[in-house]
Design a protein around this ligand. Sequence first.
Ligand SMILES: *Cc1c(COP(=O)(O)O)cnc(C)c1O
Length: 373
Amino acid sequence: MDKIIAVTKSAMPDFEEYVGMLRHLWDTRILTNMGEYHNRFEKELREYLTCNYVSLVCNGHMALELALQALDLPKGSEVITTPFTFISTTHAIVRNGLAPVFCDIREDDCTIDADKIEALITDKTSAILPVHVYGNICDVEKIEAIAGKYHLKVLYDGAHAFGETYKGRNIATFGDATIFSFHATKVFHTLEGGAVCSQSRKIYDKLYDLKNFGIRSEELVAEVGANAKMNEFSAAMGICNLKDIERLISDRKTVYGYYEKHLWKKGSHSMEEDTICRPWRNSDITYNYGYFPIIFKGRDGAVRRDASYEKLRTEGIFARKYFYPISTKQECYRKLYGKSNTPIAEDISRRVLALPLYGELSEEDVRKIAGLI
Ligand SMILES: *Cc1c(COP(=O)(O)O)cnc(C)c1O
C-alpha cells in the first residue's frame, strides 16, 4: 500500500506564520489564562460569526457541557435531542444530570425532525439540543417556534457547521446558544478547542466562571466552576487558521465537486435514479463542505455500505461510518435508551458512509474512491 487516505487531514497554516506567533509566548511566558491571543481570537471570532458573545473553551465537548450548565435547566429535566450525532452531544446532556429524550431525524438531511418534537414534550421538558449534522442546518424556524410556544431553551450543536450561514444569517446566532468544536479534524481547528456563541451577556459571564473554577479575583471564588480554558498555543492556531477560512472552505468545495463529477451518473443528481445518494443541498445554506456522506439506497443498502467500507480499507482508504451505531445503541446507553423510537436514524446509520474529504485530496484520489464504490 503506497499511501493512506484518512477521512480527513488537519489543515495547517503557514509554518513561519504560526512559529512567528509563538515567539511572543517565549518572551511573555503567558501561556494560558485568557492571554493576549485568547482575547484577540475571541474578538476576531465575534466579528467573523457576527455574534455578540463568544466564549472560548478547551474543546467542543466542554463547550456543550458548560453551555448546558449555563442555561440553568432544572436538574433531572428532559432535553429533546437527536441520536444521530457524535456521542459527545448525548454525553453532555447525561453528564449534566439531565435526561435525553430522542427524536427521530429527517431522511433527507439527517437533522432532527422538527415535526416530531412536539409529541415528545412533557411537563419535564426544559430544552432542545439539535445538531447541524454534516453541516445541514436544522429547521431553525420550526424549532424556535416550538421553543417559544413551550418556553424551552435551544442549544445547537454546530460542531459540523462552522462558518455556515442560513438565509444570510450566521448560524452562530440562532437559539439561546450554539457551540462549535475546533478539534483538529474539523473544517476549522485550534488543535483542540471549542466555543460557545450567544447573544447573552448573562450566558457569557456564567461561562467565564464555569471555565475558570468560578474565580473572580485572587481571593474570591463565586461559583463551582470547572477548568476549560483555551490556551495561547490553540488561540494562536485559531488566529492563523481564521485568516485562511475562506480558502479552506473553497478548497473543500472543489473536492466536493470532484465527488459529484465522478460519483454520479452524468446529468443525474436525483436520489431516485441513483443507488447511492447524499443528503440534499439546500440553497438557503452556504456550506462549509465539511463532510461527504453517501447513503446506500435499496434493500441491500446496509450490506453494500459495509462492503464498500471494507473494500476502501483494503486500498488504504479510510471512510467512516458516521454515525453508527447511533447514541441510543451504544454500549453505555443501550439499556436505558435502546428502545427509543427513532427508526429512520437507525436505518440511515446502517447505510451511511462519510468519504474522505479535505482540501488537498486530488481529483485522481477522488476518481479512485468513486471507482471503488
Ligand atoms: C467533534 C464533535 C463534538 C465534540 O467536539 P470536541 O472538540 O472533539 O470535543 C461534539 N459534537 C459533534 C457533532 C462533533 O462532531
